[in-house]
Design a protein around this ligand. Structure first.
Ligand SMILES: [Fe+2]
Length: 467
């Protein structure tokens, strides 16, 4: 005989049902109550201190580094010398080592309409040791500048590693606040996953490429010291037939490097790297991705290569989001979603970071892959094998915030807020990663949205935040 439902038992049952329905209610999407004033977001003037030229004749400027191979044992160092080519060498050494090594790169200039660039240098340093601090010098033999970076730990399943997430940064006063908040976040990011839209130089007459230079000088305080993993956005296209500039991505291609060949890619815009416990796939929203295209064929071969015993965390970066409930760029990512989402679910991608929409949003774990042309099943459903989709295009560029949202909040949207900010993903081990989004208005330690990620391969249980 079961327990009789009367007295305290009945009360507990009713209380349980009430609490249960409250939990279900709270699991609906949440829209932040913060409403930002729509002040104009303006670029910092060119004579701002953050854009200062480093002192000295032909001093290297716009120094930035990125991963140079698949495993993290190579670094690509890039910089610009304005007056003359100068040295193509990078001098580097391990901390506490007196043995200095030299690597040689190449430099070139490019023209864009009536603009001619400085001498842009790229040099790959290889065979680095894991988990080591290296110092490096550029401008060798002239005005020398010294920086340092840390190589990642050896690729493996349980090495902790922390990524910063920044998107659509631009060079406004708000961009500067975002970068400052990232730098001062007590959870220190060790590398930045940048989801596209760098300088917004294309918003200036003739795509004034001097604004590519100023962005490089502005971002140097971070990009010279930790690798930024680059994703291209629409503002990197610089396709301007009215100016006679018909080669898409021309300034980006000349200024920034990605290690695409190492992962078998044929273009710099899509590629993959391993870094510590993570396998990171970078996709190109503005290169062809339909069936039989180079990107499609590459990705088709790429997913089966991911070994979750070696790299438990599978992260994808792209510019245009697939799950976005703002009025801005609504459904722009839809055609790529239709092409690739079944793979994302099949291969259990943990999280997808995108930008493009100038606000913040985190999705539920959802998929929408049941549709075929006759069944009409075209609604996102909760799916524990699906990634969480995060829009982090809130870097603070001159175009301002995206504030208009589709109402009511769609079920796939877990949390959304129109504030500028950045995020940090701290991978702890093969099962757990802690994620926090930081809005610019708060103190450096304050998190506006958090989530414990449970790895989809090693610990695939429900990890949606319970608040
Ligand atoms: Fe964009």
């Amino acid at each position: 005989m079961g327990p009789r439902l009367e007295g305290p038992n009945l009360f507990l049952l009713i209380l349980g049902l009430v609490l249960n329905s409250l939990v279900l209610f709270c699991h609906g999407g949440r829209t932040s109550s913060y409403v930002r004033r729509l002040e104009a977001t303006v670029d910092m003037p060119l004579d701002s201190d953050v854009f200062r030229f480093p002192p000295g004749y032909n001093a290297p400027q716009q120094v930035h580094i990125t991963q140079g191979d698949v495993e993290g044992k190579a670094v690509i160092v890039s910089w610009v010398t304005q007056e003359a080519p100068g040295s193509d060498a990078v001098l580097y050494w391990k901390e506490n080592s007196s043995k200095k090594l030299k690597a040689y790169g190449k430099s070139k200039t490019y023209k864009f309409y009536n603009y001619t660039s400085g001498h842009i240098h790229h040099c790959t340093i290889r065979n680095l040791e894991y988990d080591t601090k290296y110092y490096y010098v550029v401008g060798v033999g002239q005005t020398e500048r010294e920086f340092y970076f840390f190589t990642p730990p050896e690729v493996g399943p349980d090495v902790p590693y922390t990524f910063g997430l920044i998107g659509d940064l631009g060079q406004s006063f708000d961009s500067n606040i975002t970068l400052t908040h990232y730098e001062n976040n007590p959870t220190k990011g060790q590398a930045v996953l940048f989801v596209g839209d760098f300088s917004y130089a294309d918003q200036y007459p003739n795509h004034d490429n001097n604004r590519w230079d100023s962005w490089g000088r502005f971002a140097e305080r971070s990009t010279a010291y930790q690798p930024w993993i680059w994703t291209v956005g629409n503002h990197e296209l610089d396709f301007a037939p009215e100016l006679g500039e018909t080669k898409p991505f021309k300034p980006f291609l000349n200024r920034y490097r990605t290690p695409y060949r190492s992962s078998g890619s044929t273009e710099p815009f899509w590629y993959s790297i391993k870094r510590g416990p993570a396998y990171i796939i970078v996709l190109a929203s503005y290169s062809a991705y339909g069936k039989y295209t180079p990107q499609f064929k590459w990705l088709e071969k790429e997913f089966p290569k991911v070994n979750r015993t070696e790299t438990p965390w599978l992260i994808v970066l792209m510019h245009s989001p697939w799950y976005n409930s703002y009025d801005y760029h609504y459904m722009e990512g839809e055609t790529m979603r239709v092409m690739y989402e079944p793979w994302f679910v099949k291969y259990k991608v943990d999280v997808v970071f995108a930008g493009h929409v100038h606000a913040y949003e985190r999705s539920e774990r959802v998929s929408n892959i049941a549709y075929n042309v006759v069944n009409g099943i075209c609604t996102p459903v909760k799916d524990k094998s699906a990634p969480v989709y995060i829009t982090i295009g809130d870097g603070g560029n001159l175009e301002g915030l995206a504030t208009r949202m589709t109402e009511p909040q769609p079920k796939y949207s877990a949390f959304r807020e129109a504030s500028f900010g950045h995020a940090v993903l701290s991978i702890k081990n093969r099962t757990h990663a802690y994620y926090g989004w930081h809005r610019n208005q708060d103190g450096y330690a304050v998190k506006g949205d958090t989530m414990w990620f449970y790895n989809r391969f090693w610990h695939p249980i429900d990890d949606s935040p319970s608040e």
